[in-house]
Design a protein. Structure first.
Length: 328
């Protein structure tokens, strides 16, 4: 930190553990006037996670000066001998996460009109990802956009087969449909890869304002429209009565699925006539990801809880594949 001329030289470091799992550990770090977050892989994570943490840094550093909400990039350490792993420091986000408590914070819990803004801001994040000029900001080496959709079925089917432990009803039907269809158009862009309420933060108070998109470990140059499908794949079209969406959030009073799709089309300038394709792909892909977690669950209650979600997602993917009139 001293070699990078960061604030607080000569003062003691205060460190507070925030969260951690098999992928990353996050700490709040204070030193003098500096307040930031330290993000690194846990000690027992595979060596590839060091590459992943440096990849995350590459992304948030490239986002500096853009309108994509993100934590500020402060400093990165490539030398694993300092803390046993590579790590980076990012700006501490003064905001709140939708999954940090069982109910929306005020005023969003009691003010339905204010709550609607949270959903529109979530979609606005995807709009901004699609506008981001990834080539001009040095992310040309992040992924392989050419043939992105052509690779999806083969790649994720192979991923599923590596951990296949049971028959998941609907997977064959959804897989065949995806193999035979493509979107109407494809505009490569920065794709978060796990875009949802659980990976964004909002500023405190109303009006709703997205202050940061976090956890960039699955980001690539792909199709940001798939991020939108990821966020909306369990969103109800009737939000007049309590019906939990993803992450068991109360979506009562939120804009409907159709409202959010219209908002995206209007503000991104992109067509959504092919959005059924993206919904089927998102549900199918997420079901495969969660199924791998379930297959290695052992006695882990969180991973065991994926079982019914996998079946629901794949059923929804297959049902939409059978009923959609999209033929692209």
């Amino acid at each position: 930190m001293d070699s990078r001329n960061l604030p607080g030289q000569g003062e003691a470091i205060q460190l507070r553990f925030i969260s951690g799992g098999t992928q990353n550990e996050i700490y709040e770090l204070r030193r003098g006037s500096l307040r930031c977050a330290l993000r690194k892989p846990p000690a027992n994570a595979p060596a590839s996670r060091d590459e992943g943490i440096l990849r995350e840094w590459h992304i948030i550093n490239a986002l500096e000066g853009t309108d994509v909400p993100h934590p500020a990039a402060i400093a990165v350490c490539h030398d694993p001998s300092v803390l046993d792993r590579c790590f980076y420091l990012m700006g501490f986000v003064d905001g709140w996460s939708p999954i940090s408590s069982p109910r929306w914070p005020e005023p969003f819990n009691s003010d339905i009109e204010a709550r609607k803004g949270l959903a529109y801001e979530l979609v606005e994040g995807v709009v901004r990802l699609g506008r981001f000029d990834w080539r001009a900001h040095g992310l040309h080496d992040l992924g392989r956009p050419d043939g992105f959709h052509d690779r999806q079925v083969e790649r994720w089917t192979a991923f599923h087969n590596r951990s296949k432990g049971r028959l998941v009803p609907g997977i064959d039907e959804a897989t065949r449909w995806l193999a035979a269809h493509r979107p109407l158009d494809f505009s490569p862009g920065l794709m978060h890869g796990d875009y949802q309420f659980g990976n964004v933060m909002f500023q405190h108070g109303a009006p709703a304002r997205l202050t940061a998109i976090v956890d960039w470990e699955m980001a690539t140059i792909g199709d940001p429209k798939l991020d939108l499908a990821w966020a909306l794949q369990r969103w109800p079209d009737d939000t007049t009565a309590p019906e939990p969406g993803g992450d068991h959030l109360d979506l009562t009073g939120m804009p409907t699925y159709s409202d959010l799709l219209e908002y995206y089309a209007r503000n991104s300038g992109r067509q959504v006539d092919d959005f059924d394709y993206y919904l089927i792909l998102a549900r199918w892909k997420l079901a495969i990801v969660l199924e791998q977690g379930f297959q290695r669950a052992g006695e882990d209650e969180k991973l065991l809880s994926f079982e019914p979600l996998v079946l629901d997602l794949m059923r929804r993917a297959a049902d939409l594949a059978e009923s959609t009139d999209y033929s692209g």
